[in-house]
Design a protein around this ligand. Structure first.
Ligand code: GLU
Length: 469
């Protein structure tokens, strides 16, 4: 049975890199009918916050990465770490260390000036004498000789010299466990079979391998994912734009689009770019995860998002856009809205909206009572030159009972013919009068969706503006 885990430290929001790690774990579990476990590594109490824990969970839920077990929290598990420490002490695989921080510091400085490796000198490893009056830390006995091979599903086999290893502290003198130890204890206790994580953890892996061995647990299979870089090939950071998953939610991205984008950061399946969730589950494997770093490309993500919006069912977009309409006060508190009408309005905008935020913004002119004019558009089109055409359109539309796009088109075409003008001469000022902008879906559709009453009212207002100017 495959058992994998995502183990974020809640020292920040769920970011793009973390979400990709979570996704690869999730897909691997699903692909193998295994279990996906969420574990919050919150032992660094100074940097971990409840807010970040909530935000990570919100991000995971939004991306639809559901977990089978957890969320476990390391701060709830101190007894377990203590038990495992006792076990290692009893078996002689760990020892008490009475060296004080000052002594260690002093020795480190000496080693540095002598150009020697700054490792623990093994003093307490050999002397079994407790020092009274000092609370000891617990150190793990690392091998000093030989090599440790990490066999990795992505990187292949990597060999580390054991002389590089140090007798690391697993339990501080204040009784708190340390990072490399808690990770391994949890992986053992949670019976993890595959460790899938960012390759920034690769250097920890040899140390951890010895701890798995000491605990008598079969070393899990590792898959260290290559880094994600920004466009300038440096490690992805805020400098490259939004990096938190929640920011993408707030910017109006669809979770499916982000998932589809994330999976392609490192994984490929022929030339296919767009995948359903089922296809991802079916095709995912580490054979197709590349060795080199992936470059985050926000434009491509935006393009993918627009593709997902085009493919979405309008009813689905109604639900997605609602919170944005409310947040932007486009739908006022207590205002009800006909969802069927809204979904028709959305159909006219689907091809032109790259994000849900853009969609909400365009819906503003269908929904709002008051119209906001783009200043340039107003100047260019709501002027004396267009007054007669606007009046004529208003009068003609007033008589129209069947206020549908084809009928509206007929009205416009007959004015065009009568006046010997181009459609644009009349459509553009009307467009600005109705939407406040120079760009919108087809004008006849726009008028139909806006409806007769709103259309006439806005034309009147435009006429009034011109008359007053
Ligand atoms: N807590 C670690 C992190 O957030 C991950 C540890 C692991 O996956 O082994 O980077």
């Amino acid at each position: 049975m495959v058992r994998v885990r995502f183990a974020p430290s809640p020292t920040g929001h769920l970011h793009i890199g973390g979400a990709r790690t979570a996704l690869f774990n999730w897909l691997y579990a699903k692909n193998n009918n295994g279990k996906f476990i969420l574990r919050i590594e919150d032992t660094d109490r100074t940097r971990s916050t409840e807010e970040y824990i909530d935000s990570i969970i919100e991000g995971m839920k939004w991306l639809n990465l559901d977990w089978d077990e957890g969320p476990y929290r390391q701060t709830d598990r101190f007894n377990i770490y203590r038990e495992y420490t006792e076990k290692l002490l009893n078996e002689g695989k760990a020892y008490y260390c009475y060296c004080s921080p000052e002594e260690l510091d002093q020795r480190r400085k000496e080693a540095m000036t002598q150009g020697k490796p700054q490792k623990y000198n093994g003093l307490c490893r050999n002397s079994k004498q407790p020092l009274s009056g000092r609370k000891p830390a617990v150190r793990f006995k690392m091998p000093y000789e030989g090599e440790t091979a990490v066999s990795d599903l992505i990187k292949g086999s990597i060999v580390f010299e054991n002389t590089q290893l140090d007798d690391l502290i697993i339990m501080r003198s204040d009784g708190t466990p340390t990072y490399n130890f808690t990770v391994v204890v949890d992986d053992v206790d949670m019976r993890i079979t595959h460790v899938i994580r960012g390759d920034d953890h690769l250097n920890n892996t040899p140390k951890q391998i010895h701890i798995y061995n000491a605990l008598g647990y079969k070393v899990p299979i590792f898959a260290h994912l290559p880094m994600i870089l920004g466009s300038d090939k440096t490690r992805l950071s805020k400098r490259h734009g939004a990096t938190s998953v929640i920011a993408y939610k707030e910017m109006g991205y669809l979770p499916e689009a982000l998932v589809n984008y994330l999976v392609r950061l490192g994984w490929s399946y022929g030339n296919q770019e767009v995948f359903t969730r089922d296809e991802l589950i079916q095709h995912f494997s580490f054979d197709n995860v590349g060795k080199s770093a992936a470059v985050f490309n926000p434009e491509k993500l935006l393009w993918l998002n627009s593709q997902y919006i085009i493919k979405s069912e309008p009813q689905n977009l109604v639900e997605l856009v609602m919170p944005f309409l409310k947040k932007e006060n486009i739908i006022k508190e207590g205002q009800t809205i006909d969802k069927e009408w809204l979904s028709k309005a959305i159909i006219t905008l689907q091809e032109r909206s790259k994000t849900i935020t853009e969609l909400a913004d365009s819906l503003r002119y269908y929904i709002s009572e008051d119209i906001e004019y783009d200043l340039k558009a107003k100047e260019k089109y709501l002027n004396k030159k267009n007054l007669d055409n606007l009046i004529e359109s208003k009068e003609a539309l007033k008589t129209l009972d069947n206020f549908t796009a084809p009928e509206i088109e007929k009205v416009f075409m007959s004015i065009v013919e009568k006046q010997g003008i181009k459609l644009g001469n009349i459509a553009q000022p009307v467009r600005v009068a109705i939407t406040g902008r120079t760009e919108s879906p087809g004008i006849f559709e726009v008028l139909q969706i806006a409806g007769k009453e709103k259309t006439l009212r806005r034309l009147e207002k435009a006429i009034e503006i011109i008359n007053k100017s």
